[in-house]
Design a protein around this ligand. Structure first.
Ligand code: C2E
Ligand code: CA
Ligand code: CA
Ligand code: CA
Length: 279
């Protein structure tokens, strides 16, 4: 962009839309964000709909940008994917989530299952299996307490590769979940090719709920089918008690959402745990 010298650069910058400039700023600062320790993980509790007890949490990355303040992962994860920075960021998320969960378990005396989001690009990363093994070894977190969330679209990009990789990951003893299920694509049939444990219903899917509507039968049939495939069903984005009741009636296993708890900083999550009834 600077090729045309100072004036050339100014001309170019003036031509750029606000959006493009924001993106450029983000892209440049994203390169240093890891080294400058600008990322933190927040944790959203996941609740068992049978007992209403916490079973674990999802790690959600937050970027505290020095000038822009908190930048949403919806904004920077796509940039991290395109630039390849997601590989290093994702590796940091894995280790940080496992380490913090191990500490939270020791501190609270509860078993906690931690869910970590993996992006499409990370699935293509040659040493992803080693990264996961390394995070388990270094943290001492028992493998069955780590769950990886993979999106439906990432999985079906290359079904053969995904099937092989998931088998290898499963060999470590961890749990595997399909994230954002219902946002498009496939259906349940191809899922049988993968060693999955959990299906996460997308928020858009969960939102259309109405007891008097066909949607109930639809979601119920869906949950039954998932159960027939030995998958447990987690609903995300539960914002009201009506939705919660709806999902319990539909036999859904677990849920996450603002109605139950928002994503919390580590210290807020600790406070949340300490307010829960003793086990
Ligand atoms: P996701 O994996 O589908 O995560 C769920 C998103 O829904 C989170 O947004 C969460 O804060 C939000 N959410 C939870 N409950 C509710 C609710 O009741 N209502 C509404 N409206 N939203 C709710 P967040 O934290 O902004 O993350 C957005 C997306 O960014 C995630 O969607 C995921 O795709 C990606 N992401 C977040 N952290 C990571 C990460 O560490 N690695 C990767 N690769 N992607 C991540
Ligand atoms: Ca997720
Ligand atoms: Ca999701
Ligand atoms: Ca989503």
């Amino acid at each position: 962009a600077k090729a045309g010298g100072r004036n050339g650069y100014c001309f170019f910058a003036a031509e750029m839309t606000v959006e493009a400039r924001t993106r450029m700023t983000l892209e440049l600062s994203l390169r240093h964000a890891l080294a400058r320790e600008e990322f933190v993980l927040h944790y959203q509790p996941r609740i068992d709909l049978g007992t209403m007890a916490i079973v674990g949490m999802e790690a959600l990355i937050r970027w505290n940008h020095p000038e822009l303040g908190q930048v949403s992962p919806m904004q920077f994860i796509p940039i991290a994917e395109e630039t390849g920075l997601i590989e290093a960021i994702g590796q940091w998320v894995l280790l940080e989530a496992c380490m913090q969960t191990r500490r939270l378990m020791d501190w609270s005396g509860r078993p906690l299952c931690i869910s970590v989001n993996l992006s499409a690009r990370q699935l293509k990363c040659r040493d992803i299996v080693d990264q996961v093994r390394d995070a388990l070894d270094r943290s001492g977190l028992p493998a069955p307490l780590l769950e990886l969330e993979l999106t439906e679209s990432a999985l079906i990009e290359d079904i053969e590769h995904s099937a092989r990789l998931l088998k290898e990951l499963k060999g470590l003893g961890i749990r595997l979940a399909v994230d954002d299920f219902g946002t498009g694509y496939s259906g349940l049939a191809y899922l049988r090719r993968f060693p999955l444990d959990v299906l996460k219903l997308d928020r858009s899917f969960v939102l259309q709920q109405d007891e008097n509507d066909h949607n109930f039968d639809f979601i119920k049939a869906f949950v039954d089918m998932a159960h027939a495939l030995k998958l447990s069903v987690v609903a995300e984005g539960v914002e009201t008690s009506d939705t919660l009741q709806f999902l319990r009636n539909a036999d859904c296993d677990e849920a996450q959402g603002y109605f139950l708890a928002k994503p919390l900083s580590l210290s807020d999550f600790e406070a949340y745990l300490s307010r829960l009834p003793r086990i």
